[in-house]
Design a protein around this ligand. Structure first.
Ligand code: HAM
Length: 421
């Protein structure tokens, strides 16, 4: 019986890989330009790390984690996101002692047992950044500016930056009883999930996408009404910073986020071009998390984007050109031709020119067919006759124009034609 891949866990085939590489290169470029450094943390950690950081009553921890027992009985979990592991590494390696601002970025697979659909996977990939140590609204603006810069540079369509102020823990504590008493009056109109959330995580009810829940919470008292002056001032400074950089935003008081570690600024970039899974990237400030996980009090802010979603949205015009544009097919045939061609192939590759061949092809006709299929811009033809003359024949596959190239100067002749502009 054929063994198939797991539902919601996708292969990335060679046709799509260049798009991912393109996105990753852009992300790496902008992250380093903004002063972030790459970090790579493990894809599995002890389960407590995620339960304690993301929150025991969140959907992710309650029902979406891939958790298993190690041989010694320790409970381990495939990471559902990148923030928790990065914070653990920050604490474990005592990075707080380093005087530099600690600003990290990462790429990698994340795992959540969600119902798969277009743009929602069980193994998906994130590019994320985490900035530690700065309790300054400009650090929030910096993170958002990086996200906006990246997505704008990729020319993704129909983006909106939504932003909200979750205040300090004390602000939410003041607000919760007010919200809960309102929600209790609306109980019968709420979905079963939200009825349960009233007890465990009432703010999440505001974020529910079920139309009845949205209607029932339309007139709910707002967190902004319970906000302390300190939190209000902080958030105003973030908005001012965004204004000063001409980054447009929409205030969305429902933006609560599905992870419990956030405070003050939370944000999400959404698009109308992705259907139901409309969040391209999201993040916020999480000043309490480092301390919760046993580190020193450390303000922090970050975000993550979903690479699959970005790739789905990437306009064709932005996608990198097919590799064939810069590839030479070496059509070597006949006894001597095949042997000389094999060395030429190696010379081209050594000098950095992308060169391919199909060793199964024995005749010129078969080689040319393969060169066409591979969409190579040039074919270098080397048969026994060419070897005798000390030449190879270079064919432009598009124009069909051909010219002689001395065998002794193949690399020098081809390089100017094929070098990327
Ligand atoms: P998140 O909102 O859970 O935040 O995920 C961030 C992004 O990952 C989403 O906007 C989406 O593009 C992508 N994503 C999430 N789940 C899936 C899925 N099942 N399939 C495909 N893509 C998905 C976080 O993960 C936080 N750690 C972000 C953060 C970093 N906050 C502070 N620092």
């Amino acid at each position: 019986m054929m063994i198939k891949g797991i539902k919601g866990v996708k292969d990335l085939l060679p046709e799509e890989a260049p798009r991912w590489r393109f996105i990753e290169d852009k992300a790496r470029h902008w992250a380093t330009t903004f002063g972030f450094q790459e970090i790579r943390v493990p894809i599995f950690e002890v389960t407590t790390l995620f339960a304690r950081s993301i929150g025991a009553s969140t959907d992710i921890v309650e029902k979406e984690m891939y958790t298993f027992q190690d041989r010694d009985g320790t409970s381990l979990t495939l990471r559902p996101e990148g923030t928790a592991g990065t914070v653990r590494a920050y604490i474990e390696h005592n990075r707080a002692a380093d005087p530099l601002p600690q600003k990290y970025f990462y790429f990698g697979p994340m795992f959540r047992h969600e119902r798969p659909q277009a743009g929602r996977l069980r193994q998906f990939h994130q590019f994320g950044v985490e900035s530690f140590g700065m309790a300054d609204p400009r650090a929030d603006v910096e993170a958002i500016a990086l996200l906006w810069q990246l997505l704008s540079d990729l020319t993704l369509p129909a983006l909106t930056l939504e932003i909200n102020n979750l205040g300090y823990t004390s602000d939410r504590e003041t607000y919760k009883p007010v919200l809960v008493s309102y929600l209790q009056q609306q109980l019968s109109k709420l979905c079963a999930n939200c009825q349960r959330r009233i007890e465990t995580n009432p703010l999440r009810v505001l974020d529910c996408k079920v139309p009845d829940c949205r209607a029932a919470t339309e007139a709910a008292p707002k967190l902004a009404e319970s906000m302390s002056d300190k939190a209000r001032t902080y958030f105003d400074a973030v908005l001012k910073g965004l204004d000063s950089l001409d980054i447009p935003y929409h205030l969305n008081h429902r933006l609560v986020r599905g992870l419990d570690y956030y405070c003050l600024t939370t944000f999400e970039v959404t698009t109308t071009s992705l259907g139901a899974q409309n969040a391209v990237g999201a993040g916020g400030r999480y000043d309490g998390l480092v301390e919760t996980l046993g580190g020193p009090p450390t303000p922090a802010v970050g975000f993550a984007v979903g690479i699959e979603r970005v790739s789905m949205m990437l306009p064709e015009s932005q996608a990198p050109p097919p590799a064939g544009d810069r590839t030479v097919y070496v059509a070597a045939f006949g006894d001597q031709g095949a042997s000389v061609g094999f060395s030429v192939l190696q010379d081209l590759r050594r000098s950095g020119i992308r060169a391919v061949v199909d060793f199964r092809s024995g005749t010129l006709k078969a080689h040319l067919r393969q060169a066409d299929r591979l969409k190579c811009r040039y074919t270098l033809m080397i048969g026994d006759d060419e070897v005798t003359k000390g030449l190879a024949l270079l064919r432009n596959m598009e124009t069909k124009g051909q010219s002689d190239v001395p065998l002794s100067a193949v690399v020098a002749s081809i390089k100017p034609l094929i070098s990327p502009s």
